[in-house]
Each structure stands twice: as structure tokens, then as C-alpha cells.
Design a protein around this ligand. Structure first.
Ligand code: PMP
Length: 361
């Protein structure tokens, strides 16, 4: 029986990529060395890095007025890097609060500047979690930028609208949604994402940044987080996470072969719709998010009888369905279904959910 891994990140990988890594592990790119032994300064890797960026740009249709930087420190590193690079200590910025991760970004920014926490969450009349649409966001006229998170990985709540705030620098934490749907890069000044969901192994963080944002960065920003230094050193100010970078390159090639982002987006919509449709069809499970804000990547749900949750998780593992435990901050069940998850994985999960309902319902 095939294993399906619903972990939120590190997450399931396409089998083809795993096999390719295995096959080339001892002799990477005809170098006679393992990828773990390759210098980031070698001609072989530098060429690979250039090609990887090219493929990433192609996939997301990134215009030439943006740099792509390959950083370390995860998305949390960016929570600090963004205010440090873009704000002076007395300046303010808007942090849209849609859940755990966007609020975590706000809390970190508070250490370096005076961010404003703008809550857009509410519970509607049907007791469902809902987010205010963008035209209701109360942005401050004096804020230097607006930061938001289009996909809250923990709650499984998403913002699908694209921002249209003229005059504002818009920053998006795309950690759990990058490469899963088509986006218009031009609507943003800075997009960042840690790798461990749709890109590759943890360790790498990709930043897409408008070139003109680099102009005003001061020397006081810690070098390791400084966007200008990262750009000037071709993302190699310090030793980068070569293995993550290599695997990211494989993922981008895999995605291109699959038909690019538009093609994978169609599959992602189908997968999520199939699972939500089943959840909505039964009283035994319930999802607490309004349909228009339901994540396509992280599908959260609860068992009506909460005491059955540990039994559900235990039985799911026995049926080779891994990583379904909800985050401790939210509880319940969470099925993370990034690009690597197939529709067959969704059918297996639904089959198990039906069986479990029959047994305990
Ligand atoms: N933002 C979002 C939306 C996330 O899902 C996560 C991790 N799950 C983070 C930030 C933090 O990422 P990291 O562990 O790479 O710092």
C-alpha cells in the first residue's frame, strides 16, 4: 500500500525527484563528487544556480525589474529581515493579521520598528472563520509597507485576492502557497517563501524583490540579512545550503515538465475541491472556514466528537496516511496537500475518512 504524507512542511516530495537525488547522489553532475561535497564556488554549481533562477523566473513569470535572492534563515528570518532592511526604527508598517503566521511576523517586526497590527479575522453569522476583503483593510496612510500572508498554513485560511494598493509597498509571505497558483508578481514589491513545502528541503528561503527597494538599505542591517549584500554576492555571502538549492532546481524542472504553474493550479483546485466536497457532505467532520477563504494547500477539519481525534490519527497512520495532526495552536486534523500530493492521495484519505465514520459514527 502506498504511503501518502500530509505533513505541513517538511512535506511530501515527488517520488521522481527523490529517485533522481538517489541516483546522482555519489556523482553529482559528472563531478565525481556528491552534491554534499560540492563547492558553491565551483563552475559546475554556479552554472546550476543560474539555471535554477532562470527556471524559477520562467515559472512565475518574474519581470526583469525584480531580483531573485536565495537566502537562509527560513521565513522567520525574513520576519526580521524585512523591517531591518526597509524601515527606520521610528517608522511604521501595516501587518495584516489573518492568523498565526502573519501575527508571528508582526510580533517579530515589533522588535525593530512600530508596526500596526490590523486584524481582518472575524467569525460570521454561521460561526465560520472569515477574512475581510482587501477593500475593507484599514491601512495607515503613514505606513511604509503592508505585510500579509496569503495562506495561513495552520488554520487553513487563504486570501485569493491580489493586492491593489497603489503607492504602498506590498509584501507577501508565500511560504505555503508559492508555485501552487498563478500570481501577478507586479502586484508585490517583495515576496518571500521558505522552501520546505513546495520548493525543496528546509534551509533555503527565496525572495523576489523589486530592484528599487535595494537602494535605501543602510549598512546597519546585519550582513547575513542584508538584501543588498545578498544581491551583490549572488546570494553567496556565506556558504549557502547547496543541497536545498540543488533540490529546488529539480523541483522547478519537474514543475516545468508538468506544464507549469497554471497546470498545477488546476490540479490543486481539483484536489482541494474534492476533499472539501466530501467534508461538507457529512456531519461527522467539519471545516470551520468560509468557502471563499478556504485554503487549497492546508485543509483543516475537526471531528464532531473531538475525543475521536487521536484514534483517527492513529488509524490513519496504520492506513499509511501520515502527518494529519493539526497544529497544536489550532487542533483537529490538517491535510497539507501541496504540489507533490496526487489526486490519488486525496481519494485514499477520503476512503479512510468514510471507513472511520462508518466504524465510529
Ligand atoms: N510563514 C508561514 C506561512 C509558514 O507556514 C511557516 C512555516 N510553517 C513560516 C512562516 C515559518 O517558516 P520557517 O520555519 O521556514 O521559518
Amino acid at each position: 500500500m502506498k504511503i501518502y504524507n500530509f505533513n505541513p512542511g517538511p512535506a511530501m516530495f515527488p517520488k521522481k525527484i527523490l529517485l533522481k537525488i538517489q541516483k546522482n547522489f555519489h556523482n553529482w553532475n559528472k563531478s565525481n563528487c556528491s552534491i554534499l561535497e560540492i563547492s558553491h564556488r565551483s563552475k559546475n554549481f554556479l552554472e546550476y544556480a543560474i539555471n535554477t533562477e532562470k527556471n524559477f523566473r520562467e515559472l512565475l513569470n518574474i519581470p526583469s525589474e525584480y531580483h531573485v535572492l536565495f537566502a537562509q534563515g527560513g521565513a522567520r528570518g525574513q520576519f526580521s529581515a524585512i523591517p531591518l532592511n526597509l524601515l527606520k526604527p521610528h517608522e511604521t508598517s501595516d501587518y495584516i493579521n489573518s492568523g498565526f503566521w502573519s501575527y508571528a511576523a508582526f510580533l517579530e517586526a515589533k522588535k525593530f520598528c512600530h508596526p500596526k497590527n490590523i486584524n481582518i479575522k472575524y467569525i460570521n453569522n454561521s460561526k465560520l472563520h472569515t477574512l475581510l476583503p482587501m477593500n475593507k483593510w484599514k491601512l495607515n496612510p503613514d505606513s511604509q509597507y503592508v505585510h500579509y500572508c496569503p495562506n495561513e498554513t495552520i488554520e487553513g485560511i487563504s486570501i485569493f485576492e491580489e493586492p491593489n494598493f497603489s503607492q504602498k509597498i506590498v509584501i507577501g509571505d508565500f511560504s505555503s502557497v508559492i508555485l501552487s497558483r498563478v500570481i501577478n508578481i507586479k502586484k508585490y514589491s517583495l515576496i518571500y517563501a521558505s522552501a520546505q513545502k513546495n520548493i525543496g528541503p528546509a534551509g533555503l528561503t527565496i525572495i523576489i524583490i523589486k530592484k528599487d527597494l535595494l537602494k535605501n538599505i543602510t549598512q546597519n542591517v546585519p550582513s547575513i540579512l542584508n538584501y543588498q549584500i545578498l544581491f551583490k554576492t549572488n546570494s553567496m555571502f556565506n556558504t549557502p545550503p547547496i543541497f536545498s538549492w540543488y533540490v529546488a532546481g529539480l523541483t522547478f524542472k519537474w514543475l516545468k515538465k508538468k506544464g507549469g504553474i497554471a497546470a498545477i493550479e488546476k490540479k490543486n483546485i481539483l484536489k482541494a475541491k474534492t476533499l472539501y466536497k466530501y467534508i461538507d457532505s457529512t456531519e461527522f467532520y467539519n471545516n470551520l472556514v468560509v468557502p471563499e477563504n478556504r485554503s487549497l494547500m492546508n485543509i483543516t477539519f475537526f471531528l464532531k466528537n473531538h475525543t475521536l481525534t487521536p484514534i483517527f490519527l492513529n488509524n490513519a497512520e496504520k492506513n499509511k496516511l501520515y502527518g494529519l495532526k493539526g497544529h497544536s495552536a489550532y487542533g483537529g486534523i490538517r491535510a497539507s496537500i501541496y504540489n507533490a500530493m496526487s489526486i490519488k492521495g486525496i481519494f485514499s484519505l477520503i476512503k479512510f475518512m468514510k471507513y472511520f465514520e462508518k466504524k465510529f459514527g
